[in-house]
Design a binder for this molecule. Sequence first.
Ligand code: 9WN
Length: 415
Amino acid sequence: MNYYTTPSESARNILIANDRGGYTIPTSGLYPYQWNWDSAVAALGFAEFDIDRAWVELETLFSGQWADGMVPHILFHKPDPGYFPGPDVWGGTGPIASSGVTQPPLAATMARRVWEKDRVVGEARLRALFPAMLAWHRWFMNWRLDEHGAVCTTHPWEAGRDNAPDWDGAMAGIDASDVGEYQRRDTSHVNSADRPTKYDYDRYIKLVQIGREAGWDQAKLLELNPFRVADPTMSFTTLRAARDLLTISQELGIAAEGLNADVARLEAGARSLWNEALGAFDARDAHTGEWAESVSNASYLCWYGGIDSSQMLDRVKTVLTTVPHPIPSYDPNMPKFDERRYWRGPTWAFMNMLAGFGLAEMGHGVEAEALRLKTARLIAGHGFAEYYDPITGSPAGGNSFTWTAAVWLHWAGRN
Ligand code: 9WN
């Protein structure tokens, strides 16, 4: 009898174990609910062995869509005291208890990939989801663009890169002195050195309180929210989603007015995030116009957004040859680099996959393949972690992680 479990079997087992019936949690304990961009990545993993389940993941995500088109970053399907802040703190106003912010829109792009794996099964599912995906896209166009067309994040959790140095300037402007007492849960599940600091958490919760008080009314929040940062994650993923929605609408013959113009506007916005002095795509505070001066792993999503850049290509070549486990979430040569603290240094496999998709699509196959193989080695050698130390490769944060398993099945571990 063979007792050896291959990484692909482990990856499937993780997806199956994290399945809560129609949706997948990122990892048990630390994240007991459905997260938005995690689910989009999970769908890719399921598509490798159960196409129907892949569609269900996306359908469940959109079942939480708000009347205004927003798809929340967390859906609290069943109460769980292990996570803070829960539904009572957020006060979401959608059909399912939820948070009040969104996350980078990966769903349309991943739905397209799932459909391309099996167009016969996928067509009806994709057609049915299309109006919801389009409504979400329009919500971004209505509420999240700056004057250049770059897409803004209104909470560090919205961009999904919680404690990235990109937000340090905007976070410093938030007065969280009256945030009150609260009990974090994350640090009882994982090492606190891998997690955001109390300074950060006070501001995360303060921003939730501001949003909740405004009833998550986007018009009011445009005035009230002290945090609004135009960011490469939001800009490149929204641009990419718009391109995919356009392709889907053309291929399926679905009328979707305005998408061509939206793509042009979003592309101009994404290009406006080029920080010439830094020589990289950067985040820009939408209130002050100040650059973050941050080269993050989101900077490398330009190709995923359909924007080529010879300077970013030089950077990716350097990172692939000088950083043992690329792509670090923050440039190791910059002063704020912290190799274990979450989005301030560690490598995230799913971000590598997104960068890898874009590199391959834009003709940079050598770099795409090098990145894929390095990501495969990282996962095979260090397990299905939430993220990894880019210098030593050691796993950090949660383990048996859904999106890392999905990345293995769909991309990194592909033969
Ligand atoms: C807050 C679930 C999520 C990811 C985010 C990641 C982390 C949550 C947290 O976990 O954020 O949304 O509590 O730390 O930063 O990208 O979607 O995996």
